[in-house]
Write a protein that binds this ligand. Structure first.
Ligand code: HEM
Length: 141
């Protein structure tokens, strides 16, 4: 019986992950909609980009190098102030970066974007504008 493919393999391996991460940081760097998120990052994005590629490789079931460093991705983000708006910017840029990657299986891409979006939400550690936190309860000015 053939071994089931990992999501990493189904996605297209290293090259696909690198394409997504490069597009993610290019979007963050250029689209003013992500200005708050961009402002939390260093001028040089190469270390974050390298780290996110290794993390996603491992998270998707590929090479586990990132996890071998013994770091927790959630703890790593506690030092950044993350209100709901910034988490939403991260999730939006990532969903666009995945959708823009040629040849990605639609269902896999959507599942990835959804789960990564949940992780971003779990990193919220600051109050944002309450109207953004609970849109269905929004107070109309
Ligand atoms: C919620 C909004 C988020 C913000 C504001 C944020 C912010 C940052 C910042 C500022 C860095 C750069 C750290 C550095 O260069 O030392 C970074 C790196 C990183 N982020 Fe996020 N992030 C967010 C969400 C996420 C999510 C959801 C994930 C997981 C999928 C993630 C995974 C990573 C990884 C793996 C690195 C590289 C860390 C390393 O290997 O050293 N981030 N993030």
């Amino acid at each position: 019986m053939e071994k089931a493919q990992t999501p990493f393999e189904r996605l297209g391996g290293n090259a696909a992950v690198a394409g997504i991460v490069d597009r993610f940081y290019a979007l963050m760097d250029s689209d003013p909609a992500y200005a708050d998120l961009r402002a939390l990052h260093a001028a040089d994005l190469s270390s974050a980009s390298h780290g996110l590629k290794l993390f996603l490789n491992a998270w998707l079931g590929g090479p586990r190098d990132w996890f071998e460093r013994g770091l927790c991705v959630m703890s790593l983000h506690r030092r950044f102030p993350i209100p709901v708006e910034v988490a939403a910017q991260w999730a939006d840029a990532m969903a666009r970066a995945i959708a823009g990657q040629p040849g990605v299986d639609r269902e896999l891409g959507q599942a990835m974007a959804e789960r990564l979006g949940h992780m971003a939400q779990a990193m919220i550690n600051r109050e944002g504008d309450p109207r953004n936190a609970a849109p269905h309860l929004a107070v109309v000015d």
